[in-house]
Design a protein around this ligand. Structure first.
Ligand SMILES: [Cu+2]
Length: 220
């Protein structure tokens, strides 16, 4: 009899632990990072300032993965990929790119598409495309035909940022472009460069997680 009760309690403990793990997993799927708004600069115009870092969260509880961050109105860098922007407006985007290149598998995605003028500035130089192998990330919103490939920091650059928080005194590329937003809605955006180091084919982890290499544009 004693061993039967022992077995039942072992099964009970296993069930409770499994239920706990499933709850944690689901909670993790539905918990979103905070929504951070672009900063209004004029009527129907706003500024969205982002950066990419090779390893965010190495000091905290978050996974130390490659990620995007956004600068809020107080000048703080927030670890989020959910950005609120005005509808029917010009949104000026600046990305400080601190990560090295991983390369795009599909060269089609290394052409700028969907920005005002079909171009971007890379460190002040106007460009319509970059060599696919130099891409570190993309900022792409497939639903509105936006693709901006982000050039990686060259391997030989000095003073590279291996781990966040990265400062503008460290090696980076500055990419700017402007988009014209349309009607309100929630638009998914994502990176298309297989940049998730340590995962199968570079497409796991950060590449599949909201808050890292995927997010939403809340057009309001
Ligand atoms: Cu990426």
């Amino acid at each position: 009899m004693g061993s039967l009760w022992a077995r039942i309690s072992v099964v009970g403990i296993v069930v409770v632990v499994a239920a706990g793990l499933i709850t944690l997993y689901v909670a993790n799927l539905v918990t979103e990072p905070p929504t951070v708004a672009a900063i209004p600069t004029a009527a129907h115009e706003a500024q969205l300032t982002l950066k990419t870092e090779a390893a965010v969260g190495t000091q905290g509880e978050e996974a130390p993965w490659v990620s995007y961050l956004i600068k809020d109105a107080e000048g703080r860098w927030i670890h989020s990929t959910i950005y609120k922007v005005p509808a029917h407006a010009l949104v000026h985007v600046t990305v400080y790119q601190f990560d090295g290149d991983s390369g795009l598998r599909n060269p089609f995605l290394s052409q700028v598409q969907g920005t005002v003028g079909g171009t971007m500035l890379v460190d002040g130089k106007s460009m319509k495309t970059i060599p696919p192998e130099e891409a570190s990330h993309t900022f792409a919103v497939p639903q509105i035909g936006l693709i901006v490939p982000l050039k990686g920091v060259p391997e030989e650059a000095e003073n590279q940022c291996e781990e966040g928080p990265c400062s503008l005194k460290q090696a980076h590329e500055t990419i700017t472009f402007t988009i014209r937003t349309g009607k309100p809605g929630r638009y998914r955006w994502q990176c298309f460069v297989p940049c998730a180091a340590g995962f199968l084919a570079g497409f796991g982890g950060a590449m599949q997680t909201i808050g890292y290499m995927d997010g939403f544009l809340e057009v309001v």
